[in-house]
Each structure stands twice: as C-alpha cells, then as structure tokens.
Design a protein around this ligand. Structure first.
Ligand code: PBG
Length: 332
C-alpha cells in the first residue's frame, strides 16, 4: 500500500497553462463564420426594441444602414435579412413587391456593404401573410405546397433582382430548392446561391422571433416543419435539398439539435450551417440578466459548441458582439 497514487496518463498536462490550452484548442471561432440575422420594419422612423429579445431591434432603414456598417467593421461573414411589412394579405404580396420592405432593405444593404458582407435574405412567406403561415392556403385552410412553390419562385426573383447573394429558403415546402433553382437559372441568376434550411424543426424556440416579425400565426407549423424527435428526417431533408441543388444546408434550431447537426456535417459534401434561434438567444440573455450565468462565457460556449458539432458557419444574434470579443482576445 502506497500513500500516493501516480497515474501514468495525465490529460491535465495539456490544460496546465494558458499557452498550452491555446495550442491544443480544437475549436476556434472566427468573425468570418458568423452571420447576423436582422429585422427591418417598414415605416419605422427609429429602431423598435423587441421585448422578448433584449438587445435586438426592428430596424428603421436609417438604423439598419448604421448597423450594417458596424457589422462590416466587425468583420463578420454576412447578414440574413427579415422584413416586417406594414400590410399583410393572404398571399404575402409584400414579399414579391419590388418596393416591399425586404426587397428595399436588400438593395440598401447591397449598396451599403455588398462588397464586405454576404447579403442574405429569408425566403419565406410567413412575415408577409395575414394568416402567418409560410405558404399560401388552399380552400380548406391547409398550406398548399405546390401553389406556394410558385410564390417562392416569384419571391426568389424579387430578391435576386434586389441583389441578394444567398437566398435562405426557410419555408419547408417539398421541392422548394429545385423550384427556386430552376427559375433563377432560367432568368440568368446562375450565381445567386441557395441556403436551404433543410433540417428545420417545429420548435418552441422560435417563440421570440414571432414577436420580432409580428407574426400573425394562430396555429402551428407541424404540417411542414419536422417533428423534434426525428433525426432521420432531418438527414433526409438535407440529402434532398443537396440533390435539388442547394449550395449550403442548415440545421435549425442549433443547441437542441446538435446530434442532427453532427450527423449532417459528417455526411454532407456541401457546407452545413446552423441557426442559433431567437429562443436560444433569449434564454441566455434572461438567465444572464438574472445573474444566474456569466453572460459572455455562456454566449461563447454556446457558439463554440455549435461549431464543435460541425457547423461551418453559425447564424447568431450575437454575431457582431462576439466578433468584437474575438478581436479583443486576439489583441490581448
Ligand atoms: C421563417 C423563419 C422563422 C425563423 C427564421 N425563419 C420562424 C418560423 O419558422 O416560425 C425563426 C428564427 C428565430 O427564431 O430566430 N420565416
């Protein structure tokens, strides 16, 4: 019997000093792989705070331009734009109107920062429909997949014409990637890329986003978004979107779906992104505001874990702040 145990293998050696920890770090964040989702509100004269997402606003066109300049200055990879229209109708006319808020905002963004950032747009009808669904409805009130594809094609053209460089197809209609790719190519927008929200789950974590875009949705999206328990189905959607011509696939939400993300990342031969959604943002902000967690560490850890699981880039509402911390750390 000895009075001391002496393990031969000591993983702690590699954790002993800051320099050693830095050297063996497996996952590093870089501003270039962060994308900032932004909301632009039609008719707003000043930014309007989103109560359920402290720190995030619905921009006026002026505040939007300033925020874009900050985003470019921070060196992030891109911005994902959402429009909040003043008027909604059954078919989401505002989405295809060249003077609709999202298309106006897109032109402003391209003009302002089009060389510094990849300007991306949400391609979905829910912000523009009075019933709040991601597509148009049939006479029985259910979302009509194929009629919606026609609307998405028009929306894709309106966005491409406005200068969007990457269309974020988030509506979860069958065949949407193929339908949009075909019309883009036919109209010579062959260089406009498609980000397919492939594994998009029917999640409670989109809750705060519904306030952000003033969604009028009364029911749910269970007939088009994926059941949270279904990993295979997430993989299937990514494969289908890849075959249909997507340039990038995405898993959404992020933190509760890291297994889906890891499997998709392991099997995909095109880039795989993840969207850290509004509810993920708000939970951390709320806990931090209560003093229950260390805000900065929790934010960094959450995004690192999404990258570690395999995301090549991350959509996060903290993109600009995180980028400023990364710069600070690099200069330290
Ligand atoms: C659909 C869309 C949604 C989000 C992004 N695109 C909402 C939904 O599917 O209900 C959610 C993003 C977030 O929660 O941050 N246009």
């Amino acid at each position: 019997m000895t009075d001391q145990l002496s393990p031969r293998i000591r993983p702690r050696r590699l954790r002993a000093t800051p320099t050693m920890r830095r050297l063996v770090s497996e996952t590093r964040l870089h501003p270039a792989e962060l994308v900032l989702p932004m909301f632009v509100r039609e008719g707003a004269h000043a930014p309007v705070p989103i109560t359920s997402m402290p720190g995030v606003v619905q921009h006026s066109l002026d505040s939007f331009r300033r925020a874009l300049a900050d985003a470019a200055e921070a060196g992030i990879g891109g911005v994902m734009l959402f429009g909040v229209p003043e008027h909604k109708d059954a078919i989401g006319s505002g989405a295809t109107d060249p003077d609709g808020i999202l298309n106006v905002a897109t032109r402003a963004a391209v003009q302002e920062v089009g060389d510094a950032l990849v300007v991306q747009t949400d391609l979905c009808l829910d912000e523009f429909t009075d019933h709040g669904h991601c597509g148009v409805l049939d006479s029985g009130g259910t979302v009509d997949n194929d009629a919606t594809l026609l609307r998405y094609r028009d929306m894709a053209l309106a966005q491409a014409e406005s200068g969007s460089q990457l269309l974020g197809l988030s509506g979860m209609m069958d065949g949407q990637v193929a339908a949009v790719r075909e019309i883009l190519d036919a109209e010579h927008f062959t260089d406009t890329a498609i980000l397919a929200y492939s594994a998009k789950f029917a999640s409670a974590f989109y809750g705060p986003f519904r306030e952000a875009v003033q969604s009028s949705l009364a029911g749910d999206r269970l007939s088009y978004q994926i059941d949270p328990g279904n990993r295979r189905e997430g993989l299937r959607e990514s494969v289908l979107d890849t075959i249909e011509g997507a340039d990038i696939v995405m898993v959404k939400p992020a933190m509760s779906y890291l297994d889906v993300l890891a499997r998709t990342a392991a099997e995909s031969y095109i880039p795989v992104w993840a969207y850290q959604v509004s509810g993920e943002y708000s939970m951390i902000e709320a806990a931090a505001a209560n003093g229950w967690i260390d805000r900065r560490r929790a934010i960094s850890e959450s995004v690192v874990s999404i990258r570690r699981a395999g995301a090549d880039a991350v959509l996060t509402y903290w993109a600009v702040e995180l980028a400023s911390w990364l710069r600070e750390e690099r200069n330290a």
